[in-house]
Design a protein. Structure first.
Length: 283
């Protein structure tokens, strides 16, 4: 049984890019007689806005997308994140880091697929300072797991290369888990078999695959889809004229969400936008 998910973060309203992502995940599940789940990624306390989650569900319903089961919230799962972090810490794979962004940049770090790669300054630290972030020692983790592979339905088989992202933060100093840890645990907890999301998160999957091996989690398949972007290739942004779905409805009460979803499914890209297959093709 195929289970996909749509996992928006409530730090801003859904826009056309989200609508596209939701339609892709929904349709992949439905075409296979499977299930489509929704998860609200609301552990980013500083940026998450309450009330937006309810608006997300209204937007999905407007698009004609029905989801299965209960909507999951990351804020309900903090214990499970803390337990997994504890396990990794007991395995000796996490170390505390108190470096500021400025300190990291001053070390002239290599550039990775997600920006500067942490140069490992604090690797080997054994103390537990208050207010530290905790990073994964990727080399030590890989020594433990050996080589790993994963499969993207669009890009094909991949060799996991988590070292390209470096020693990522798994426990933030202001939150019990980073995106990487939370999303990996959540997809396992929701029995997701096909992780469906934008190609901007392709590189992150190398880390997620490593975490699955370390934490004995099932290994799903992935489907990284193209991204709706502004015609100039930049991210959708309200200030560049990309409306929120809620705005579309407000401007025109007869705006038809189902028609919008159908045109996205047929590959009709709204005027002024384009679909970027920004797959991370870097060897
Ligand atoms: N919450 C992430 C976002 O809104 C998506 C996470 C994922 O699909 O893995 O960009
Ligand atoms: Zn550090």
């Amino acid at each position: 049984m195929i289970r996909t998910r749509f996992a928006p973060s409530p730090n801003g309203p859904l826009h056309l890019g989200h609508a596209y992502a939701a339609v892709v995940a929904h349709d992949l599940a439905r075409a296979a007689g499977g299930e489509f789940l929704v998860r609200i990624e609301d552990i980013d306390g500083t940026r998450s806005r309450p009330g937006l989650a309810a608006a997300f569900l209204a937007d999905l319903a407007w698009l004609g997308l029905r989801w299965d089961g209960v909507v999951a919230h990351q804020s309900d799962r903090l214990d499970s994140y803390a337990r997994a972090a504890g396990r990794l810490r007991d395995m000796g794979l996490l170390y505390p880091c108190t470096c500021t962004r400025a300190e990291v940049l001053a070390a002239d770090p290599a550039m990775g697929p997600e920006g500067p790669v942490y140069p490992g300054t604090c690797r080997g630290r054994r103390d537990a300072p208050a207010g530290a972030a905790w990073r994964l020692d990727v080399a030590a983790a890989l020594a433990r797991t050996g080589p790993l592979t994963w499969i993207d339905a669009v890009a094909g088989p991949q060799s996991a290369r988590p070292e390209r992202l470096g020693d990522v933060v798994l426990v933030r100093k202001d939150a019990p888990a980073s995106y990487h840890l939370a999303v990996t645990l959540d997809d396992a907890a929701q029995d997701i078999t096909l992780v469906t999301r934008g190609a901007d998160l392709f590189a992150a999957t190398h880390i997620h695959r490593l975490l699955q091996a370390l934490l004995d989690l099932p290994v799903p398949r992935w489907h990284h889809h193209g991204l709706l972007v502004e015609a100039d290739g930049r991210k959708l942004a309200k200030r560049r004229g990309s409306p929120a779905l809620a705005d579309l409805r407000q401007v025109d009460a007869t705006a038809d969400g189902l028609a919008l979803a159908n045109s996205l499914r047929e590959g009709q890209i709204p005027a002024g936008l384009s679909l970027a297959a920004t797959l991370d093709g870097d060897p």
